[in-house]
Design a protein. Sequence first.
Length: 118
Amino acid sequence: MNPATPTLSTAHSLGSAALNLIIVLALIFALAWVLRRVRGLRNNMPGQISIKATLSLSMKERVMLIDAAGEHLLIGVSPSGITKLHRYTKPLPETVVPENQFSTLLRRLNPPKDRSNA
């Protein structure tokens, strides 16, 4: 019997377990990153309160512009609470978000297909 065989099997098992652990941790971090990026998608439901804009100031603090029953409020959100910073009396103009250059390039390279021939 070769004495190196059990050691190789044990090393292979430990290496496989470590690789699986790294893959699981990478998936957890990737999912957390994606969830932070799509934070605005959950606000698409119609209601009395909607978030118009948000600006992160740090990892835990941000400033948000909300529309609450037709009234625009600028609020500060931090771990210690929410503070009203300003109340707008006049309606704010709708802003047009400039289109991303990458999406323009992608649309140009991959034009929509004509579905009438399908």
